[in-house]
Write a new protein. Structure first.
Length: 255
């Protein structure tokens, strides 16, 4: 008699323990009563009818999901390996439980297929330079598909683009050629500006013969500063023209 009473007490405690659930602030419970959807429960203490009720816990926090690296061929026929990360949360726990068997697995598979489909529409240069556009397109497509499951996709980010070794070398050569092209353009612009300034200086000097003489003497001074033992330089006849004219002008009165 005592053993049967003890057994009844134990069974009662077990039934009571199975009838009480505690849900945290970020959790909700989808209740099924005899197989039928019984509504949403939580947070706090939830009492269930043993054997009759069954509850499925659903987290409302933002979930982070890594999309495994996918082998993708871009529009310009370059084979790359791309992975991404998806941030999403459950907005309607009832739909997340009743509309899809496993919303986590379903979202993962959808993200993988969408990543291959979207990235395959872009060329390699666009994939490397227009990352934000690709992220927005991925987020929009995945969010539209998961809306029927009560899941909201807030952000999708392409994490890494793995290029073949030969493609990395080709990109490095292209970058080097681009830097060399920019260097030549800058050098040519400098030469053009210098030539323009020299032309302006020539126009100024040509209007004053004395300026030409001073410039010639300045050049001689700079050459002499190089410590050369022998200097050979031409002397323009125009340099002596003022002296010749002065000599001629001074000699006429004495003739």
């Amino acid at each position: 008699m005592q053993f049967s009473l003890l057994g009844i007490i134990i069974i009662g405690i077990m039934l009571l323990a199975s009838a009480v659930r505690i849900l945290r602030e970020y959790e909700r419970g989808v209740l099924f009563r005899l197989g039928r959807l019984g509504g949403l429960k939580g947070p706090g203490i939830v009492f269930l009818i043993p054997i009759v009720d069954k509850m499925v816990r659903v987290s409302l926090r933002v979930l982070t999901m890594d999309v495994a690296p996918q082998d993708i061929i871009t529009r310009d026929n370059v084979s790359v390996k791309v992975n991404a990360v998806v941030y999403f949360r459950v907005m309607d726990p009832n739909k997340a439980v009743t509309e899809v068997e496993d919303y986590l697995y379903a979202t993962t598979q959808l993200a993988q297929t969408t990543l291959r489909s979207v990235v395959g529409q872009f060329e390699l240069d666009q994939l490397l330079s227009e990352r934000e556009t690709i992220n927005q397109q991925l987020q929009q497509i995945i969010d539209e598909q998961t809306d029927a499951w009560g899941v909201k996709v807030s952000l999708v980010e392409v994490k890494h683009v793995d290029l073949p070794t030969e493609m990395q070398r080709a990109i490095a050569r292209q970058a080097e050629a681009e830097r060399e092209r920019r260097s030549k353009v800058i050098h040519a612009e400098g030469e053009f500006q210098a030539a323009a300034k020299l032309r302006e200086a020539a126009d100024v000097i040509s209007g004053n013969p004395a300026t030409i003489q001073l410039r010639f003497l300045q050049t001689l001074t700079e050459v002499a500063a190089e410590k050369n033992s022998t200097l050979v330089f031409p002397v323009p006849i125009d340099l002596f023209t003022p002296f010749i004219e002065k000599h001629r002008g001074g000699g006429n009165p004495t003739a």
